[in-house]
Ligand binder design. Sequence first.
Ligand SMILES: Nc1ncnc2c1ncn2[C@@H]1O[C@H](COP(=O)(O)OP(=O)(O)OP(=O)(O)O)[C@@H](O)[C@H]1O
Ligand SMILES: [Mg+2]
Length: 214
Amino acid sequence: MSGLIVKGLIVTGTDTGIGKTVFAAGLVGALAQAHGAARYWKPVQAGLEGESDSEAVARLAPAARVYPEAYRLTTPASPHLAARIDGVVIAPERLVPPTGDGPLVIEGAGGALVPLTETLLYADLFAHWGLPVVVVTHTSLGTINHSLLTIEALRARGLAVAGIAFVGEEHAENERIIPLLSGVRRLGRLPHLAPLNAASLAAAMADFDLAGLV
Ligand SMILES: Nc1ncnc2c1ncn2[C@@H]1O[C@H](COP(=O)(O)OP(=O)(O)OP(=O)(O)O)[C@@H](O)[C@H]1O
Ligand SMILES: [Mg+2]
């Protein structure tokens, strides 16, 4: 792994399937508009059936530059297991954020403490990169615990948690108490979008406060 020379944000979440890719697409689209260019990178894709996260971002944020993944693993599982099944060893030194014009949005897989290898968690890799992290979380019952645990684990590694992005139905109290207890800024909330496309996502992102984020 080499030192960081990139401006950007890491997007993690409280769980798999929480909405990281949709939010990351909204974020990179908004950053492309604000900065003239923005980029997305999913270092490890585990699961190749259907649309990949990178393909979803390319569709939902057409202005973004999307880099190829460092690893594309067949099985939808934790990367450490998906790699073992494919007979691949994930080499951390290959997981280097790409340089280029505009801020970079990097998406992990699953949550912050998901393993890439038997000795490396995503949160440790994030700490090596040293970029601020945005936590994507749900609004419903259980989110206080999931969100605060995730923020603690990131901070325990010295990471700056730059914001919380909620996904789901409005829940005023959860959206108030999590930022209050953690001291992390609420960036906004993505409601369930139907249809979900580049236009509806960009419109929903207009309600986010992204000022000074990168
Ligand atoms: N705001 C939303 N409106 C409508 N559908 C959504 C929204 N957010 C997420 N989804 C849908 O929910 C599913 C999971 O979302 P997403 O792929 O963003 O999760 P993820 O956290 O990136 O998952 P993974 O851990 O696999 O990377 C997808 O089918 C996505 O299209
Ligand atoms: Mg994803």
